[in-house]
Design a binder for this molecule. Sequence first.
Ligand SMILES: O=C(O)[C@H]1O[C@H](OP(=O)(O)OP(=O)(O)OC[C@H]2O[C@@H](n3ccc(=O)[nH]c3=O)[C@H](O)[C@@H]2O)[C@H](O)[C@@H](O)[C@@H]1O
Length: 442
Amino acid sequence: MASPPDTSKTAKLERCNNYLRRFNSAKIIISASSRLLFRASILATVALILLLLLLSHYSTAARSSHRSLLSSDVAYGGVAWEREVRSSATPRRPSGITVLVTGAAGFVGTHCSLALKKRGDGVVGLDNFNPYYDPSLKRARQSLLSRHGVLVVDGDINDTPLLAKLLDVVPFSHVLHLAAQAGVRYAMRNPQSYVASNVAGLVALLEVAAKHADPQPAIVWASSSSVYGLNTATPFSELHRTDRPASLYAATKKAGEAIAHTYNHIYGLSITGLRFFTVYGPWGRPDMAYFTFTDLILSGKPITLFRMQDGTAVQRDFTYVDDVVKGCLGALDTAERSTGSGGKKRGPAQLRVYNLGNTSPVPVAKMVGILEGLLGKKAKKHVVRLPQNGDVPYTHANVSMAVRELGYRPTTDLATGLKKFVRWYVEYYDRKSKKPPHRTPK
Ligand SMILES: O=C(O)[C@H]1O[C@H](OP(=O)(O)OP(=O)(O)OC[C@H]2O[C@@H](n3ccc(=O)[nH]c3=O)[C@H](O)[C@@H]2O)[C@H](O)[C@@H](O)[C@@H]1O
C-alpha cells in the first residue's frame, strides 16, 4: 500500500503563504490607510492655514472697518482744543445747562444746537460727517453752528476714548443723542451701518455716560415713529405695542429703547427717548422724500410715488423741525438727574418715551401737490405699488403725553413748513451755486 503523501511540508508552506498573504493584505490596508491619513493630515493642515489666513484677513478687515468708523485719525486733545471745548460748553445764562449734542451736524442736531445756544445754554457738538448723504451740507451746518459759537468736534460715537475725553473736559449735565444711521429703506442696502450706529454707538455712549462720567449726564435721544411697525391702532400711542418693526432701521431703534431700559435699570441713568415722526424743514436731509422730490421736480426728472396695493394713499404725520426742537428742549428741561456714578446705581432714575409728531397725517401725493405749487412746476409722477422695503403705509402720532409732560405743542402745518423749506432750498443752492444734492444715498 502506498503510503499517504507527506502533506506536512505543503501544509506548512500553505500556512506560511496564507500568513504572507494576510501580512501583505494587512500591509496594503495599513499603507492605504496611512496614505489616507497622510493625505488627510495634509488636507487638514492646508485647511487650517486657509482658516488662519481667512481669520487674519477678517480681523484685519474688521479692525480697519472699525477704524474707518472711528475718529482716531482726527486730532483731539491739547490745551487749545480743551479751551475751545470748554468755551463752547459754557452757558451764557445763570441756570443754563451744558449739553453734548451727538449728530450735531445732522438735520435735527443743528436745529437743536442752535436753539440751545440761542437761549444761553452751553453746547458742544460731535459728528462723524459720514457720507450717507452729501457731507458738504453737514460742513455747511457746522459753519453755521460755528458762527453761533457752537463747536462741532469731528468724531464718532463709537470712539469711546474721545467720548471719555469730552466728558472729562466738561461735566455735561445732558447728552442730546441724535447721531444715528437714519433712513428706512437704506437699511436693506447697508444693514451693518444701522447696527454700528444705532446699536453699538448707543451702547458706547451709554457705557461712557454710566461708568466714566461724573456726574452722569441725563440722556435724551432720538428713537423713531417707525418702532410702531405693523401696529394698526391709531393714532399711535406710547402705550401701543412696538414689537413688530417693519424695517431693520425700526428694529435698531426698538433695540435702542430696550438698551435704554437696561442702562436705566442697572446704572441709574436718566433716559428719555423721543419718537420722531418724519421730521422735515430747512437744512433737511437730502435722502428724505420731500427733499428728493424738490430736487427732481426742479430738474424735470420723474418722481416715484408709492401707493398701497388697494389704491389707498401712503400717508405720513410730517412734523416740522421747529416743533420737534421744542419737544427736544422740553425733554431736556424736564429730565431729572441720573442717580448713579462710576457705574454704580444709587437709586431709581427717570425713564421716559414720547411721541413727537404733528397729529395730522397727510397723503404723500398731497405733499407733492404742495411742492408743485411752491416750486411752480409740475412733477412727473411715476406711481408704483409700495415695495416691500420696510415702509409702513401710515403714521399718526398721539402726542398727549408730550403735551402734558414736556409742554410740546406742534403748530406748523405741512404747507407752512414746506414753504420755509423751499425758501431755504432755493437760497442755499443758489447762493452756493451748487449742483442739487445727489438723489440717492451712497
Ligand atoms: O418717522 C420716522 O421715524 C422716520 O421718518 C422718515 O422716514 P419716512 O417717513 O419713510 O420718510 P421719507 O423717506 O421722507 O418718506 C416719506 C414718505 O414718502 C414715501 N416715498 C418715499 C420715497 C419715494 O421715492 N416715494 C415715496 O412715495 C414713503 O413711502 C413715505 O411714505 C425718516 O427718513 C426716518 O429716518 C425717520 O426715522
